[in-house]
Design a protein around this ligand. Structure first.
Ligand code: HEC
Ligand code: HEC
Length: 172
């Protein structure tokens, strides 16, 4: 019991301390006081219409990855390529390994052909089903078909919050 009370007192003393430590930058003045952000939300509310990169595929420059194994951002225009439908996927016309002419066209990586093997979770395991390794599929697996679910185009004119996120060593 004594240990429990001590822990309570310690956490009561610690919590405001943590909050203060996480807020080294100056306070916002929008009247909403939350310790985990230092930016004025109103400043982000008004945005110009996003202007996406207009550089043609084949002429764009790859964007550094945010962390290793992050889905790379799309560095070229997507004009006339969207929406991706079951009949038409322009992305495949260029990125499918059967269609690329050189490494510079960036063929889909091996991972996009890996079909997860789903098995039933063991008794008392948290998940009813779980992934137990991967099997090579003959073609791109369905979960990788809708490319823009993971790969995002970029716009240069959008205001965004400063991020303190640091990933691990990012690959190009
Ligand atoms: C006309 C061919 C073409 C089409 C269509 C195309 N791409 Fe690309 N893509 C390229 C080339 C070539 C590059 C390499 C950069 C360059 O040369 O512009 C590239 C680069 C990329 C990259 C960057 C990869 C990295 O490692 O940084 C991603 C992601 C990407 N494309 C996704 C897509 C998606 C998603 C679509 C469909 C919405 C698409 N591409 C359609 C040719 C194409
Ligand atoms: C479920 C998320 C997801 C989907 C959907 C997806 N990708 Fe990816 N993609 C990734 C991730 C994560 C990576 C980086 C890790 C890796 O290589 O597996 C990647 C890597 C890539 C690369 C980089 C290859 C290289 O050599 O640098 C290209 C190009 C690419 N994807 C194109 C596509 C295209 C085109 C589609 C649609 C047919 C697509 N991806 C669908 C997550 C996804």
């Amino acid at each position: 019991m004594r240990a429990f009370v001590c822990a309570l007192v310690a956490s009561a003393l610690l919590l405001p301390g943590l909050a203060a430590a996480a807020d080294p930058v100056k306070e916002t003045d929008d009247g909403i006081d939350v310790w985990f952000r230092d930016s004025d939300l109103d400043a982000m509310a008004k945005q110009e219409l996003a202007e996406y990169i207009a550089t043609e595929a084949g002429e764009s420059k790859l964007i550094d990855r945010s962390w290793s194994d992050a889905p790379p951002l799309i560095p070229h225009t997507l004009e006339d390529m969207l929406p991706i439908t079951s009949d038409e996927n322009e992305c495949m016309n260029c990125h499918h390994p059967d269609n690329v002419t050189s490494k510079k066209d960036l063929p889909l990586p091996e991972s996009h052909f890996d079909r997860p093997v789903i098995v039933e979770g063991k008794k008392n395991e948290a998940m009813r089903n779980r992934v137990d390794g991967y099997k090579k599929a003959d073609d791109v697996v369905g979960s990788r078909y809708d490319c823009t679910m993971c790969h995002a185009p970029q716009a240069g004119n959008v205001k965004s919050l400063k991020s303190l996120f640091r990933g691990d060593e990012a690959k190009k």
